[in-house]
Design a protein around this ligand. Structure first.
Ligand code: GDP
Length: 195
């Protein structure tokens, strides 16, 4: 897949604001600071399409980016700033849960985790939540430039075991700094969108 055009459409605070053009959507989930905005920018070859290092966990907005006038990337609110107990009590936020459970256009979720660290309790809870609701979920280990190539396999293995990702589901590595993994992530997006 090649991204020729990427356009920010809306930062939605309520479902009435979601696009109604019925294009296939892939949502991106991950802890605040995992590198989600940087990845969206890198994939789209745009430096400031998605806002990086924004104040975390403040507003529950869903950001819709229209790609090639045919698909959407949906940037979900970063999680993990509230304590785990608070997160469990409050859920992921009614808006995000409602979107993930009731959006016919949603083709899958890409969950980002930091390659350097074992997935957090929130990462595990998110992955379990997505699989529980039978949402197609792929995992990407971000910031792969932060560890040497020779260490990638070992870290990916820890991520796979901690999240309990079945062996037929690939875990991709990606770096917004070097572009490592970009083609694979674009292929994954194309696959999920159904190109
Ligand atoms: P978000 O909160 O998930 O959207 O994370 P951001 O994209 O804002 O990134 C958080 C921080 O990590 C920023 O300081 C980025 O420059 C840095 N960062 C993001 N991706 C990478 C990466 O692939 N490699 C490195 N070295 N730093 C990254």
């Amino acid at each position: 897949l090649k991204i020729k055009e990427a356009e920010f459409i809306i930062s939605a605070v309520k479902p009435e604001q979601y696009p109604v053009d019925n294009l296939p959507e892939v949502a991106m989930a991950g802890r605040s600071n995992v590198g989600k905005s940087s990845m969206i920018n890198k994939l789209c070859n745009r430096r400031h399409l998605a806002r990086t290092s924004s104040t975390p966990g403040k507003t529950q907005t869903l950001n819709f980016y229209q790609i090639n006038k045919a698909y959407y990337i949906v940037d979900l609110p970063g999680y993990g700033y509230a304590s785990v107990s608070k997160t469990l009590r409050a859920g992921w936020g009614p808006m995000m849960e409602n979107y993930l459970r009731n959006r016919p256009q949603l083709r899958g979720v890409i969950q980002l985790v930091d390659i350097r660290h074992p997935p957090s309790k929130d990462d595990i809870a998110m992955y379990e939540w997505l699989t529980h609701f039978q949402i197609a979920t792929a995992v990407i280990a971000t910031k792969s430039d932060k560890i040497s190539r020779g260490q990638h396999g070992k870290h990916v293995k820890v991520i796979r075991q901690t999240l309990n990702v079945p062996k037929e589901v690939p875990i991709l590595t990606f770096s917004s700094e070097t572009g490592e993994g970009k083609e694979d992530v674009l292929d994954l997006l194309g696959y999920l969108w159904g190109t």
